[in-house]
Structures are given as C-alpha cells and as structure tokens.
Design a protein around this ligand. Structure first.
Ligand code: FES
Length: 527
C-alpha cells in the first residue's frame, strides 16, 4: 500500500484494488483561521482528483472541505459513509454532486472488490459535529487504521480486524481552550501545559493499545496565519502551548520507549508492504526547511497567504442583519421550548456580546431558565462570549446549525465563565436545529437511569423515538393505532411496537390499562 500524506488528516491511499482519498483539506477553515501545517500547496491536485473511493471522516472543515471537493474531486468516486445518526454528511456530499455511497455500519467490516474496510463511528453530542469516525483498511497485504481525530471507545472490533501496519492519529490540540478564555495569563499557561500533556498522553495510550508497527502523527496541529491569531502557533516548543507539532510527539513517544513514530510532511510518500515501511519526503531538505526555524517558515507561509486572508475577511457580511436579536429570538426560542434536558444542564444564562465599532455593540442573553432570547438587561450570566458581528451575521445568514464547527473553532472570540466548564452550553451551540437538538436531548435522556414513558392514545410508550430520539410527547401523532414521529416520519404499530419504517428498531409500548392492572396487582401483593 502506498500512502501519500496530504496534510492535516488528508491521505491518498493506493492499493492494487483501488484508491481512497481521505479528508482532503486545502482551503483555510473556520473563518480563515486554520491552515494546514506544514503547507500542502505543492501537492499535485490532479494526481489525487480521481479516486475510486472518497472517505470524509466528519464534517469539521479541516476534514470536509466543500470548495476542494466541489472543484477538484471526480464525482464518480464512491463515498465510504460512516454511520451517523444525522445524515448531514451524506446530504452535503450529495449536494456537491457525489452520487455513489456505501453506507457502512459502525465497526462492521465490509468487503469492496478485494478491499476490506471498517469505519468506526462515534456519535455522542460531544464527538465532532455530532459524529466523528476512523477508517480501517486491509488490502490483503497491508492493514492501516486512520483514526484521525476520532476517539474510539471500544477497541475490540479494531483488534479483531487484525494487526495494523500503519496507524494515523491525532496527538495535538484542535480547540479554542484555554487560549480564548479571559483567565489570568498564568492560569492559561497552566491549563495549556496540562492540556498539552493530556493530549499526548491520551494519544500514547491509543498507540499502546492499537499496537501498530508504525505510527504516523496526523490530523493536526493546524497553523494560524492571520496576524490576529499568529501567536497561537507553537514556534519554539512552548510547554504551555496546546499545538505541539509532529516532531514533538514523535520525541515524546521515543522518551516513553516507543520508536515506531514516523514523520510525514504533505507530499511524503510511505510504502507499507510486508511489514516494512519506507518514507520518502518531497525533497531532501524538506524536514529541515520546516522545523529548523519554524517561526521563519511560518512567517514566509503567512506572507504568501495574507492576500487570501484579507480577501476572505473582506467578504464577511457586515450590517446585513437588521434585527439581530429578533432573528436569534425567532430561531432559538422554539428550540429552547423543546430543550428540557439542555436547559436543566445549563441551568443559567449565557450572554453573547456582539461587537461592532460602526454599528455599535449588541448584547443578547440566552436565558435557559426562562427559555427566552432577549436584549440583555444586566441579568447574571454564567457564560459570556464576545464575538465580532460579521461572524455572527454569517452564522445567522447562512443559518448554521452548528456554531461550534463554524464559529468557535475559528478561535476568533473571547469567553469568560463563572464556575466550571459546562458541556451543555457548547452542545447547545452544536444543535441549533430541531433535528440536532432532539438528538442531543435524546442522548441525555438515554444516559438517565430509567426510560421515561408517556401515554399516547391509550398506550404507555417510550418517550424517545427509537429512530433518532425525538421527544414523542411533542413529535408523536397517533392515527388508527399507528404512531408517526413527525421528526422524520417513522411509524410504529402501537399494539405490537413493530416499526413500520425500518426492521431494526422497536418501540416499547404497552396498553395503559394493562400497565395499570399490573401496577394494581403489585400494590395488592405488597399490601
Ligand atoms: S427521530 Fe426520526 S422519526 Fe423520530
């Protein structure tokens, strides 16, 4: 198997049975904040544009680059699709013109014309933009696992897949924490130090568990080339910086007795065959050119990209949303009305300070106690986010259902909070549509010790839809003994619990009278 590294989590896999293009990323992501590190500008795009298969692990824009896929990738490629509860990845790829899909089941191997593949999907609200995945591939002579930035919980299916010759995984930060918090500098450094260590320790743990012959650090770190963000880069191995590079991690592994780490640069070609590994870099001095003086390398990279950054920033909307608070109110209040568990989890208010020198600042409170969105009148708030107006306008105009993926990952904001981190708040910003919100609500409900039942048309039924966990108290309608969930239209026969839409889900349902009689019998027996 020949693997060309494309930067970040991008791989071009060549086997005798076909080629697979994985997570190609070439355009800056998250409001022009993230760029691939090192630069992948010299990759010959034509040579990777006609793959047999395309694998996009998830919707984060350093993995899913719609501009690149639209303009460069042959739409005849067959997409290897992870099993996700929400079908947004498939929808987006279809919109780009892809038509052939292999829908995999998580952790179940599939044979494809001589290739054995298995995609492991992670689907908690905290996994990526509700969904992240890794790809295992076996071409008969070589086996690899491209975990990228997913975090598999159950490693047994991976062990059963067989010994891996190559293992590609994330080891570095890919999030805004702690840099954007307005904590004292000392505290940011301490938190950063801890995070850097934890990330590498977690990756090392995976390396030990997977036990592959060769380990390739991938899926980060990105670099930040906008002058506003340039200081986030780890120029000189600062122990408190959360973006250590590939060389740091390979050394870290070696310090812990693991010498299987191999450095890849965009354009490096690795041949994995019969247990051997040979890496060829794009040029003889390619490694030194990047890492000997990383600051100088990044400054030169920045100078090349500044015109593009300026062009992209100039295109951000400004003053195109007249009634910002009204827009957010109309969008979010209906969601708050459905968000019982999210509201209970946040249990407070969140303040968005939308900053603009020309139009004036606006302060919007999201009140999870009273379930309303309004102009802020000084109420105490647990979290505050200071955001530039063009970014918020973009999210409103483009109706982004996942602000974490669009806005927060840009690192172009300042956050403050009282008390500890609250996961529900960030999950709220990931779930800004009824479908996404219901999924998160259902997920929380399932974590609760017992399943809640509701009464519908003389039956006690589970409150959460067996499909994607929508609240049936709100979305369920019954007609002629058939319960229809209006979220996606799945139907269930109330008398038997049988699903009329799919054959692998059942609804727990019991006639209310029968349940009452059973409860009465229990009470009599105790009495
Ligand atoms: S959540 Fe999809 S049909 Fe109910």
């Amino acid at each position: 198997m020949r693997v060309t590294f494309l930067g970040q989590a991008g791989l071009y896999l060549e086997t005798e049975q076909g080629t697979i293009l994985c997570d190609p990323w070439f355009n800056p992501a998250f409001f022009a904040s993230w760029f691939p590190f090192p630069s992948n500008d010299d990759i010959d795009l034509e040579s990777i544009s006609h793959p047999d298969y395309l694998y996009v692990s998830h919707l984060h824009h350093d993995h899913f680059d719609p501009e690149f896929l639209r303009d460069h990738v042959d739409k005849r490629a067959t997409v290897l699709l992870p099993e996700y509860p929400i079908e947004q990845l498939e929808r987006e790829l279809r919109e780009l013109g892809f038509q052939r899909f292999v829908k995999t089941r998580s952790a179940e191997p599939v044979e494809l014309d001589g290739l054995r593949i298995m995609i492991v999907s992670l689907v908690a609200p905290t996994d990526g933009p509700i969904g992240d995945s890794g790809l295992a591939l076996d071409d008969g002579r070589t086996r690899i696992f491209n975990q990228n930035d997913s975090r598999p919980i159950d490693l047994e299916p991976l062990r059963e897949f067989g010994h891996f010759d190559g293992y590609f995984l994330q080891f570095s930060g890919a999030i805004w924490y702690p840099m954007v918090y307005d904590f004292p500098q000392r505290m940011i450094q301490n938190l950063g130090r801890k995070k850097r260590q934890n990330e590498m320790a977690r990756a090392k743990r995976y390396v030990e568990e997977i036990g592959a012959s060769y380990v390739f650090p991938s899926a980060g770190p990105p670099c930040f080339l906008d002058p506003d963000l340039f200081h986030f880069n780890d120029f000189d191995r600062d122990p408190s910086n959360t973006f250590p590079d590939q060389t740091v991690f390979i050394e870290y592994l070696a310090e812990h007795g693991i010498d299987s780490g191999r450095l890849l640069l965009p354009g490096s070609v690795t041949t994995l065959l019969d247990g051997r590994c040979e890496v060829r870099h794009p040029s003889e001095d390619a490694v030194e050119a990047v890492f000997d003086d990383k600051r100088a390398y990044l400054e030169a990279y920045q100078a090349r990209k500044l015109p593009e950054i300026r062009r992209r920033k100039a295109a951000w909307p400004h003053g195109r949303v007249d009634d910002l608070i009204g827009e957010l109110k109309r969008w979010w209040e209906p969601l708050l009305a459905q968000a019982d568990l999210t509201c209970a989890g946040v249990n407070g208010r969140v303040l968005l300070e939308v900053l603009d020198e020309d139009l004036g600042d606006e302060q919007v409170v999201i009140d999870f106690l009273d379930r309303r969105v309004d102009a802020w009148k000084g109420e105490p708030c647990r979290y505050r986010f200071r955001l530039q107006r063009p970014l918020v306008e973009t999210c409103v105009l483009e109706r982004h259902e996942d602000w974490v993926n669009e806005l927060f990952l840009s690192c172009r904001f300042v956050a403050s909070r009282e008390g500890p981190f609250n996961e529900y708040i960030y999950n709220w910003f990931k779930g800004l549509s009824p479908e996404r919100l219901q999924y998160a609500e259902g997920w929380y409900a399932e974590q609760a010790p017992s399943q809640e039942l509701i009464e519908l048309d003389g039956y006690l039924v589970q409150r959460r839809c067996p499909h994607l966990k929508a609240d049936l108290a709100q979305f369920g309608v019954v007609e002629d003994g058939v319960l229809t969930c209006r979220m996606h239209g799945w139907q269930f026969d109330l008398a038997t619990g049988r699903c009329l839409t799919s054959d692998d889900r059942r609804l727990h349902s019991i006639p209310a009278e029968q349940a009452e009689r059973a409860a009465q019998a229990d009470a009599d027996a105790i009495g």
